[in-house]
Design a protein around this ligand. Structure first.
Ligand SMILES: Cc1cc2nc3c(=O)[nH]c(=O)nc-3n(C[C@H](O)[C@H](O)[C@H](O)COP(=O)(O)OP(=O)(O)OC[C@H]3O[C@@H](n4cnc5c(N)ncnc54)[C@H](O)[C@@H]3O)c2cc1C
Length: 385
């Protein structure tokens, strides 16, 4: 067990920090629409051109070929420097790319992986359906194998960034007579294919990042199958476990936000008492508790990454995702409680409201808190179903 970063890791951190401070875009990221896509692609291109794209992707796939701990350091430093989120590129970078590396054909890898790293394509994930979210194996979108195509008809929902995506990780049922987990196929869907209709959903946070996607006899070439026909459940489980292990280093950006809240509570006077907000015992104890929990979150992130490093796939990543999402919600709630009509730290009061409303989705997407608790109970603690 290593409790300290090595000299080489610290040197990597220093170089990454220096580059990020000089290169993080200072323009505000657009909140919505095609502008977010262009902004995210431009930021990815800048990282690629400077040799920072795909830090833990193997060199054979165009990455930098460093261990996961370096990737985590990079994400920590990106959070510290206030770098934009992966945003519309998160599906491509966090799990579509890695899924293709594990299961894709040589042609799929050669076409898609460079485009992802170079900031030339946006992906979305078409897994959930109106009747199949937590119970993903209940999916009904049909894929009929016909000549050299799979003809897809059905509907997906909550597809993040579908309206600005080029490609989709699409799960379809290709054999309805097989068991629930059999008969599913993972395909690369070109979002410009005829027969696809995308309808954005407006959320309580006021944005349109999520969509319904309808498929009306969409013809997808058979060479877009990832893995094998009817073997998509295995591929999808891998995609989901990579997705759940993502975001290991969200703690740095969140911790930065907490520190901003502490400063805000210290600098601003409570009208009722004439004292700084920080003197309010409830606020003080909530901030102290969050600070302690952040230390726990960081330790958990390091544990998950070091397990990955030793090749042990960790269901602990569900614990990390659960802990992170719930802490994020709690921090945004406190931020709302401390709000005045003045600006809060780096953003406006409206930004804080939007972040608070947006944080509700963190305990639903990528698996709800209940599902994550089930995974932790069964696979980490070994409890019965
Ligand atoms: C903002 C947002 C973005 C999303 N982005 C995407 C995306 O890009 N691509 C995609 O495919 N999907 C996406 N999703 C969908 C997401 O994965 C599902 O919403 C999620 O898996 C829950 O499924 P559901 O909404 O059908 O709820 P349900 O599965 O119907 O769950 C309803 C409630 O029942 C609980 N529940 C269900 N089963 C169990 C159980 N076995 N034990 C205990 N409790 C249970 C759940 O925790 C939840 O509280 C997104 C969702 C949101 C909110």
């Amino acid at each position: 067990m290593h409790l300290e970063f090595t000299a080489e890791e610290n040197a990597f951190r220093a170089t990454a920090r220096e580059w990020l401070v000089a290169n993080v875009p200072r323009d505000k990221r657009p909140d919505d629409g095609p502008g977010t896509r262009e902004f995210d692609l431009a930021w990815q291109r800048r990282q690629y051109e400077a040799g920072w794209a795909g830090i833990n992707w193997p060199k054979a796939h165009g990455g930098v070929g460093l261990p996961s701990v370096h990737h985590m350091i990079w994400l920590e430093e990106a959070g510290r420097a206030g770098a934009p989120p992966m945003g519309t590129l998160s599906v491509a970078l966090s799990h579509a790319g890695p899924t293709l590396m594990a299961f894709g054909t040589d042609a799929q890898k050669a076409f898609h992986l460079p485009r992802i790293l170079q900031g030339a394509s946006v992906w979305c994930q078409g897994f959930s359906e109106p009747g199949a979210g937590s119970d993903l194996a209940g999916l009904k979108t049909r894929g009929v194998v016909e000549d050299n195509c799979i003809v897809v008809t059905g509907q997906k929902v909550w597809t993040s960034h579908a309206h600005v995506a080029d490609y989709q990780e699409l799960l379809v049922r290709t054999d309805s007579s097989a068991g629930r987990h059999a008969g599913i196929t993972w395909i690369i869907c070109d979002m410009k294919a005829p027969g696809i209709t995308v309808r954005p959903i407006r959320t309580i946070a006021g944005n349109h990042h999520y969509c319904e996607v309808f498929y009306d006899e969409v013809r997808i070439p058979i060479e877009n199958v990832v893995g094998a026909i009817n073997d998509g459940w295995r591929v999808a489980m891998s995609t989901l476990s990579i997705e759940r292990a993502g975001g290991v280093a969200g703690h740095m950006a969140l911790e930065k936000e907490l520190n901003r809240l502490i400063r805000f509570a210290d600098d601003n006077i409570d009208d009722a008492t004439g004292e700084p907000l920080l003197r309010d015992s409830r606020i003080m104890s909530e901030l102290a508790e969050l600070k302690a929990k952040f230390a726990g979150l960081r330790a958990l992130a390091y544990t998950v990454v070091s397990r990955e490093e030793s090749g042990v796939p960790g269901p602990e990543s569900s614990l990390l995702a659960l802990y992170y999402a719930e802490l994020l919600q709690r921090t945004q709630r406190l931020s709302m409680q401390l709000l005045s009509s003045d600006c809060l730290g780096g953003g406006s009061a409206q930004d804080a409201i939007d972040r608070y409303l947006q944080s509700f989705s963190n305990t639903i997407m990528g698996g709800t808190s209940e599902i994550r608790r089930n995974i932790v109970a069964q696979r980490v603690l070994g409890l019965p179903r």
